[in-house]
Design a protein around this ligand. Structure first.
Ligand code: PLP
Length: 412
């Protein structure tokens, strides 16, 4: 008789976004005249840029001719793309990363979910709280996180590093010693960042203590502040303690196209073993290469034309972020993030939980967002809105929130 992986049974019930989706659908079914503006899920809305479409068309034509047809792609990515990434994302920024340290994949979610496989089952993980749920859930599936306390919303064997307004959303070095440290910069969900000096503290700590930093830079393209690093490899010493995840989802609108990459320096040794070799083995065994058409499309991301078009797309989202940030501030909310990330993190009114605020926002202004408690216990009392909607919807959402927040305040 087959037996299931019981770790899966310990995972908390329904996934955050399923619960949100159901609430929105139920509300819309009961109130067909109302239109809900969705500023909840972190998915892009602008179409692919012309330079990317052109590259994809050309690649499709190549696939249609016998002389240029390609079958399986190399497991670790085509050389042309790995070279381009190493040069443009790293070497041109002064980061010492070589093409053969880049592993091309189908996206950052797979990589940051799968990376835990190359570490010992008894590794202790540390995560920021609130946090992108994939880091904890993927370790829970592997049996690394202990028992889940439904009421407190925490796992017994995870080191949570609270990131709240009181510490300016900067995690403090943990008292207990982790083996793996997940950092996401710019951060999802808080939209806040670590600057060079703050990140240097973590790199130094990891090198001192022998921990490995798993650094998620999926929102790197949204950074505008000079002092915020685009890569952990801008920090001296990171080559011996860090793995970096990148995605084409948010800088180039590839959420439906799928492409990302992971950087593992050859100098990163854990337990006497080079992690580069282990990940190459894992990737080659379980992944059969990202599609040629998609890797050619990614080349256009680095062309002059593509860069300009994508910078414009990012600026469109960041204009929304500004509208949300300023709109909420004018409505009297405490607001964070939204400067170097497409996420705005707000403090919900006193006396309300994150889910109560979700319900109020859905049923009053008819705007959908994401309750902070869904990202971890320290997210309680906060709420996330995303800048990925259209400009018109974003402006309208803020108009409604401002109008009705005033009403709510007047009613007490
Ligand atoms: N990492 C973070 C922090 C994210 O927020 C997301 C998506 O929302 C991802 C990774 C997933 O990226 P991808 O679309 O490349 O799988």
């Amino acid at each position: 008789m087959g037996k299931v992986n019981e770790n899966y049974l310990k995972l908390p019930g329904s996934y955050l976004f399923s619960r949100i989706g159901k609430k929105i659908r139920d509300y819309e079914a009961a109130n067909p005249a109302r239109s809900v503006i969705r500023l909840g899920i972190g998915d892009v809305t602008q179409p692919l840029a012309p330079a990317i479409i052109k590259a994809m068309h050309e690649a499709v034509d190549e696939m249609g001719r016998a002389e240029t047809f390609r079958g399986y792609a190399p497991d670790l990515g085509y050389g042309f793309l790995r070279e381009e990434i190493a040069k443009k994302d790293y070497q041109d920024r002064g980061c010492p990363i070589e093409a053969d340290e880049i592993f091309v994949s189908d996206g950052a979610k797979s990589d940051c979910g799968n990376i835990q496989e190359i570490f010992s089952p008894d590794s202790r993980i540390a995560v920021c709280d609130p946090v992108y749920p994939v880091y904890v859930d993927s370790n829970a599936m592997a049996g690394r996180t202990g028992e889940y306390d439904e009421k407190a919303g925490i796992w017994s064997n995870v080191i949570y590093m609270p990131c709240m307004a009181s510490n300016h959303f900067v995690p403090e070095l943990p008292r207990e010693k982790p083996d793996l440290i997940y950092l996401c910069n710019p951060n999802n969900p808080t939209g806040t960042t670590l600057n060079r000096e703050q990140l240097r503290v973590w790199v130094d700590y990891a090198n001192r203590s022998g921990a490995v930093i798993l650094y998620d830079a999926a929102y790197e393209a949204y950074i505008s502040t000079e002092d915020v690093p685009h890569s952990i490899f801008e920090i001296p010493g990171a080559r011996t303690c860090a793995i970096e995840f990148r995605s084409f989802s948010k800088n180039a609108g590839f959420t439906g196209v799928r492409l990302g990459f992971t950087v593992i320096p050859k100098d990163l040794i854990c337990d006497g073993v080079a992690l580069h070799g282990l990940w190459a083995r894992r990737h080659g065994t379980k992944f059969n290469g990202a599609p040629y058409v998609v890797q050619k499309a990614a080349m256009a991301v680095y062309s002059d034309e593509g860069r300009d078009q994508l910078a414009h797309q990012v600026s469109v989202y960041m204009r929304n972020a500004k509208v949300i940030y300023e709109g909420l501030a004018q409505a009297g909310y405490e607001v964070y993030g939204g400067v170097d990330a497409p996420y705005i993190w707000l403090k919900v009114p006193d006396g309300m939980t994150s889910w109560e605020f979700f319900d109020w926002l859905l049923e009053g202004p008819n705007v959908a967002g994401t309750p902070g408690s869904g990202f971890g216990p320290s997210g309680e009392g906060y709420f996330r809105l995303t800048a990925f909607g259209t400009y018109e919807n974003t402006v309208e959402a803020m108009r409604r929130i401002k109008e009705q927040s005033g009403d709510r305040a007047r009613r007490g």
